[in-house]
Design a protein around this ligand. Structure first.
Ligand SMILES: Nc1nc2c(ncn2[C@@H]2O[C@H](COP(=O)(O)OP(=O)(O)OP(=O)(O)O)[C@@H](O)[C@H]2O)c(=O)[nH]1
Ligand SMILES: [Mg+2]
Length: 487
């Protein structure tokens, strides 16, 4: 995506007033101020996207208020997006503090929820980049251009994959007390790094250990057993639990360890599973201590099935969550864990190309079209983009303000299945696209003349063929999608 970025002078209430005033008395005194702010405002006026940044440690100020008001007013009907960036929020430590409250306050300005970033540490930049990307896509659609630029996306994906391989996988081990979390950690590390034993509550603080698994870095966190999920209190045990929850929130994949001796999921464990998935992490379940089952006629498989049933009954979106029976003590079947964990992470953080997503939408809506909106026309999903990885989040642009819950459930379920998002939540967000749908349809579908879209694509393909370039991107994506589906 190509874009022009303009860094502007700080806009504050004083400068705004100065810029607005035309009286002679003020004109000289504030000449410079006026120029600065006028330039900033002009830049805003000619932009597709305005990033309005404020210091989240300070919160809402009259300067911010005035600027937001001005931006909103001057944007009016234009296709301009305003995004508020809440700066200086690094490392997640701001969550649950007054700074988070500041975000909510600022959201009341009516320009959407501010996006937490840390300019100095580069945090939140990926999210910002996806926003920009998406806006660029929308603009292309608006202008009737093909949805992706002809850039080498395959190379880009390879680079991304390479980068991902080198980032340590953050793995949190969670569960009730005494289920064998620490024993499992030692088994995976192949050494006695953490304390284990019969006494419940042996592990007090979360312990993070880095190691390599088949050339791939992993950071594993052994956590204290969770007896009950917290509301709010401060005794020692609660501190340990809070520690465990924090580790979970920072993890890519969270492993929930169960004790096979209890032949179903405890309430506590359902609560943990729920928290993991709601927090947007990927879940893998370990049914530990299966060696204790050998002499009974209840097999590891029975156990895994019972757990699966439990999980699915409670949380429909957790069907097909990986559940691995094993014995951390004897080591039996423990070698299945890390491959499963890596697979989960890869799925969880993968970025799906827009072309792929849109051929999926076309397929799926053809198979089962959305019910008519208020008895009127059949809604159309015009466009689907991934707005975030980790957890995977997607935006569906439609020509109606909403799709029925049941249809969204259908889409989510199919999507989860087709792309194997198991043990994690996928978020599909429906949004009515801003443009006039009638106008859009005319331009996109019905144009056949010289200036119409069909003609444009035809010309474009012909030019491509003549130049000997590879086939149009969309075809390549379709093929990729089809081969993906076969796998
Ligand atoms: N039979 C059997 N015992 C196990 C297994 N895994 C762990 N244990 C035993 O279960 C007990 C608790 O193990 P830990 O690893 O300390 O459990 P934990 O989940 O870390 O417990 P806390 O730190 O207290 O939350 C120990 O006596 C282990 O030897 C297993 O696979 N089979
Ligand atoms: Mg332990």
């Amino acid at each position: 995506v190509f874009f022009t970025l303009v860094d502007t002078a700080g806009v504050d209430a004083m400068r705004l007033t100065a810029a607005a005033k035309t009286t002679k008395t003020n004109s000289k005194k504030y000449a410079l101020e006026r120029q600065m702010v006028q330039q900033a405002l002009k830049a805003a006026e000619s932009s597709d996207l305005v990033l309005l940044m404020f210091d989240a440690r300070i919160g809402i100020t009259s300067d911010l208020l005035d600027t937001a008001r001005w931006l909103r007013k001057s944007s009016g009907e234009k296709n301009r997006k305003i995004l508020i960036l809440a700066n200086k929020l690094e490392g997640g430590i701001w969550q649950g503090t007054f700074m988070e409250d500041n975000l909510v306050e600022v959201a009341k300005l009516g320009l959407g929820m501010p996006m937490p970033v840390s300019a100095i540490h580069g945090e939140g930049m990926a999210e910002l980049a996806t926003e920009i990307h998406q806006l660029a896509m929308e603009k292309r659609v608006r202008l009737g251009l093909p949805p992706t630029e002809e850039e080498d996306e395959e190379q880009k994906e390879e680079d991304e994959a390479e980068k991902r391989r080198n980032r340590p996988l953050q793995l949190a081990i969670l569960g009730r007390q005494n289920v064998g979390k620490s024993t499992l950690v030692n088994m995976l590390l192949d050494e006695n790094r953490v304390l284990t034993g019969e006494t419940p509550g042996l592990t007090r603080d979360a312990i993070a250990i880095k190691f390599m698994w088949k050339d791939r870095p992993v950071q594993i966190v052994d956590t204290a057993g969770i007896r009950r999920m917290l509301k709010r209190s401060d005794d020692m045990e609660d501190m340990a639990v809070r520690d465990a929850i924090r580790a979970m929130k920072l993890a890519d994949v969270a492993v929930l360890v169960l004790d096979a001796e209890a032949n179903k999921l405890q309430r506590q464990e359902l609560a943990i599973a729920d928290a993991i998935v709601r927090e947007g992490r990927a879940l893998v379940v370990v049914a530990n201590k299966m060696d204790l089952l050998v002499d009974t006629d209840y097999t590891a498989r029975d156990y895994a099935n019972a757990v699966r049933e439990n999980l699915e009954q409670r949380f429909a979106f957790l069907r097909n969550t990986p559940i691995l029976p094993m014995s951390a003590l004897t080591g039996e079947k423990t070698q299945r864990l890390l491959p499963t964990v890596f697979k989960a992470r890869d799925r969880w953080e993968r970025v799906l190309g827009t072309g792929l997503l849109n051929s999926w939408v076309a397929d799926i809506t053809r198979a089962h079209e959305p019910p008519r909106y208020r008895g009127g026309r059949v809604p159309r999903i015009k466009y689907m983009v991934q707005t975030k990885g980790r957890p995977p989040t997607f935006l569906l642009y439609t020509n109606v303000p909403e799709l029925p819950e049941s249809y969204i459930r259908y889409l989510t379920r199919q999507f989860q299945e087709d792309f194997e998002y198991y043990g994690m939540e996928v978020r599909l967000v429906v949004k009515k696209s801003e443009n006039n749908p009638f106008h859009q349809e005319k331009v996109l579908n019905k144009g056949v003349g010289l200036g119409g879209k069909a003609a444009r694509i035809k010309r474009w393909k012909r030019a491509l063929a003549e130049s000997g370039a590879p086939p149009p991107k969309r075809e390549r994506i379709r093929r990729a999608y089809r081969s993906f589906k076969r796998r």
